[in-house]
Structures are given as structure tokens and as C-alpha cells.
Design a protein around this ligand. Structure first.
Ligand SMILES: Cc1ncc(COP(=O)(O)O)c(C=O)c1O
Length: 226
């Protein structure tokens, strides 16, 4: 099987080019391999669709979920087709742990699915994500060090570079900017040794909060460029 994220989040918010996922699925089918998509970070509305794979109409064989699935309660899931499940059962493959089918965790996961649908979190991620992205583009216009703005929905990142031509990663500067942001109350995660700043705000974030975050980010860039 091939196991991959549809967008490489921890790898530095890297969105593969359009056509990559359908081609991967096609090649898996050609070889009789299953396509397993890890949607822990990208699933449940984050990227503007319920699942990131919907963006290109690809249907994977297996999907894994966790993280925000339980809204704070630990739950993970593996979802597949009835056909694959029957094969797994027939082969007597069983994985079980203390919390398998835990009713509390399942209730939390189920509540998340209800909220996802009722509040149309995917649409909210598209709307807020495009606002966040426009603000990050404004940042890139102001500061040469911002060499790329990328991501989908509420999974966005900026790549900091020493030179926009050579794209040499600005790791030291990225760490300094992150530290300044932290001191001002803005928390985000840093990938690629400090050169990629990743923003994954919750769907409940307001535009005002995004404005405030971008002000802090711009101030930190300003200080770093002195
Ligand atoms: C995409 C992805 N998959 C899987 C994991 C592992 O997560 P868990 O702690 O739920 O095992 C992570 C952890 O950050 C992740 O980012």
C-alpha cells in the first residue's frame, strides 16, 4: 500500500501539484496496491472540504483520522470499504487496545461529525482560509524574506528564504521571528528547522483575531529585518 498525507503538513505545508493524487491512485490500482490517506491534519473540514482528497475527486481505500476528531478527547479511526473490511476479517487481522470502541471517545467523535455538518466547517475553513491567505500574501509583499505562501483552507504556511532566487532557507531568522511572536502571544508551529511557519487556526477563529495575529507577525518581521 501507499500511505501518504494529501498535503504534507509536518513536512512544511507542501501541497502536491494538481493531478498528483489522481495519478497516485491510478498507479496504485495498476499495481494492485491500496491507497491509504492520513487525514489526521487535513481532514474534517480543515482544508475547505470535508476531506482533502475530495479536492480532486479521488476516493482512497483507507482513511485515518485523529487529532481534532475528538475535539480534545483522544480518538483515532481507520475507515475503509465493506469489501476491504471483509478481507481483513477473513484474514483474522485484529488490532485492539484498552480504548477500542470506548463509548466516551466515540460520542466525542460523533459530536464532531455533527458539528462539522451542522455548522458547515468546511465552508468556514474556505472563507477564513482565503482571508488568512490574502493577509499572508500582503505580508509577502512587504517582506522579501517571505518566499512562499501556501496551503489550503485553514492549513496555511509561509516559507522564509534568504534569497527569493536561490530559495536558501532562512532558518535562524525564522526561529527569531517565532520567538518574538511567542513573546507577543502568537503561537504557531515551525517546520523545516525554522524556515516554514505553519498556521492552523481553529474554525472558530474570527477575522479580527487573524488581523491581530498578522499584526504580531508583521512586527516580528519588521524587527528581524533591522
Ligand atoms: C499527519 C499525521 N499523522 C499521524 C500523526 C501521529 O498522530 P497520533 O499522535 O494521533 O498517533 C501525526 C502527528 O502529528 C500527524 O501529523
Amino acid at each position: 500500500a501507499v500511505l501518504t498525507e494529501p498535503i504534507f503538513s509536518a513536512g512544511g505545508v507542501i501541497e502536491p501539484p494538481l493531478g498528483w493524487l489522481p495519478e497516485l491512485k491510478r498507479r496504485c490500482e495498476e499495481r494492485g496496491m491500496l491507497l491509504i490517506l492520513d487525514e489526521e491534519q487535513t481532514g474534517l473540514g480543515k482544508t475547505g472540504d470535508t476531506f482533502a482528497f475530495e479536492h480532486e475527486g479521488v476516493v482512497p481505500d483507507i482513511i485515518t483520522l485523529a487529532k481534532h476528531f475528538g475535539g480534545g478527547i483522544c480518538i483515532s479511526s481507520v475507515t475503509t470499504s465493506a469489501e476491504i473490511e471483509q478481507r481483513v476479517v477473513a484474514d483474522e487481522f485484529i488490532v485492539t487496545h484498552s480504548h477500542s470502541n470506548d463509548p466516551l471517545a466515540c460520542a466525542a467523535g460523533s459530536a464532531t461529525l455533527d458539528v462539522l455538518e451542522e455548522e458547515d466547517l468546511a465552508a468556514q475553513a474556505r472563507r477564513l482560509g482565503s482571508y488568512l491567505k490574502s493577509k499572508l500574501h500582503e505580508l509577502a509583499e512587504r517582506f522579501e524574506i517571505v518566499g512562499d505562501v501556501r496551503g489550503r483552507g485553514l492549513l496555511q504556511g509561509i516559507e522564509l528564504v534568504l534569497d527569493r532566487q536561490t530559495r536558501e532557507p532562512a532558518t535562524t531568522e525564522g526561529k527569531a521571528i517565532t520567538e518574538r511572536c511567542l513573546q507577543s502571544g502568537l503561537v504557531f508551529s515551525v517546520r523545516r528547522e525554522g524556515s516554514v511557519l505553519r498556521f492552523v487556526p481553529p474554525a472558530s477563529t474570527t477575522e479580527e483575531q487573524i488581523d491581530r495575529a498578522l499584526d504580531i507577525l508583521a512586527d516580528a518581521h519588521e524587527e528581524a529585518s533591522r
